[in-house]
Ligand binder design. Structure first.
Ligand SMILES: Cc1ncc(COP(=O)(O)O)c(C=O)c1O
Length: 343
């Protein structure tokens, strides 16, 4: 998260809006919090340039509950949905959708440990096509979104607000807040309302997106702190050039990183070049016996948290929006220096 957002959030925990109370003890029905929710939702609309048929919600349950909420709200009885299997999270979405109805896996990268983004061509009729825009664990990302005859639904948990794209091309986008927006605890839903209310399925209150829309995302107690921090981050995104500004910032970071990866003779990437993630580059040493020495070097440089997920191994240098290009350069300098010593 941007440093200034963490500072302002910390201040709001101590005292919010000169109310003599902490943000986390005020009523979520107070005017002050209603204003926060309203601004947060409208900043999402503004930054993404959403048309009037879209609604924005901040719910709980993480993207994981979204795996189930999406088919419950969009997949009609007796119809089918198409899913792309591009990694662990996509597989999670597929598993939960199967609890709701029939789905076809129309593209699958599991044959090569999800190191690429397979193309999608739909032959049948589907209520929607579900993709995962950025595969956090494997370090792959759609560089272009598929265009098919099915409405597009996307889990954007790990790359929302990171580059320019047209959100109006999607029937539904969902994303856990905890990467590019704020602390864990809220999940963003962006819904084209024209796709809702068609399943005929009776849903419990919390799982019914229409219910949340009718109640302005306040059907029950919202995750107050997370929403507030999201609002601050969205203000930061807006002040830093919106999607265009984030695109510029993240483009530069990934260029710095991948240029070093391609130049350095000691490392290779997990993802194929055309599918490289701007958010989570995954890479390995060519010779794993050098790992202990390399690990000591990056830890000594003050870097933390770049150990790769167990299903890929090696390293993962997450470069979410708030991370500066200077931080990326600390890592590439270490990689460069390591090659100088070992090469
Ligand atoms: C792309 C993607 N989808 C889903 C999830 C799961 O999100 P949550 O923990 O919010 O349920 C993650 C978490 O890292 C993710 O990266």
């Amino acid at each position: 998260m941007p440093g200034e957002v963490i500072q302002q959030s910390a201040q709001a925990i101590l005292e919010f809006d000169n109310m003599g109370l902490s943000l986390i003890e005020i009523s979520h029905r107070s005017k002050n919090f209603e204003a926060v929710m309203e601004e947060t939702r409208s900043l999402v609309k503004e930054i993404l340039g959403l048309k009037s048929n879209y609604e924005v919600l901040f719910l709980q349950g993480g993207a994981t509950l979204g795996f189930y909420i999406v088919p419950l709200n969009l997949l009609q009885e007796g119809h089918k949905a198409a899913y792309a299997n591009t990694g662990v999270w996509a597989a999670g979405a597929i598993k939960d959708a199967k609890l709701v109805g029939e789905i076809d896996v129309v593209s699958d990268s599991s044959d090569k440990n999800h190191s690429y983004i397979p193309p999608i061509e739909l032959t049948g009729e589907y209520d929607y096509l579900h993709i995962t825009s950025n595969n956090t664990i494997f370090g792959t990302q759609y560089q272009k979104f598929p265009k098919t005859n099915a409405p597009l639904v996307c889990d954007m948990s790990s790359d929302i607000f990171s580059k320019q794209f047209d959100a109006n091309d999607f029937a539904l986008i969902y994303a856990g807040a905890q990467k590019n927006m704020g602390p864990a605890g809220s999940t963003l839903y962006i819904v084209d309302t024209e796709f809702l209310g068609k399943t005929g399925r009776k849903l419990p209150n919390y799982l019914d997106l229409k219910n949340h829309i009718d109640k302005d995302s306040m059907a029950n107690t919202p995750p107050v702190f997370s929403v507030y921090a999201n609002m601050l981050t969205l203000r930061w995104i807006k002040a830093n050039g919106g999607l265009e500004g984030m695109d510029r910032r993240n483009r530069e970071k990934q260029e710095v990183f991948y240029n070093e990866l391609d130049r350095n003779s000691l490392f290779h990437g997990h993802a194929v070049t055309q599918a490289r993630s701007w958010m989570n580059p995954t890479f390995r040493l060519n010779d794993d016996s050098m790992a202990a020495e390399f690990d000591k070097m990056w830890k000594d440089a003050g870097i933390s948290g770049i150990t790769g997920h167990r299903s890929v191994g090696g390293y993962r240098a997450s470069m979410y929006n708030a991370l500066s290009v200077e931080s990326v350069k600390v890592l590439t300098d270490v990689m460069n220096e390591f090659e100088r010593i070992k090469g």
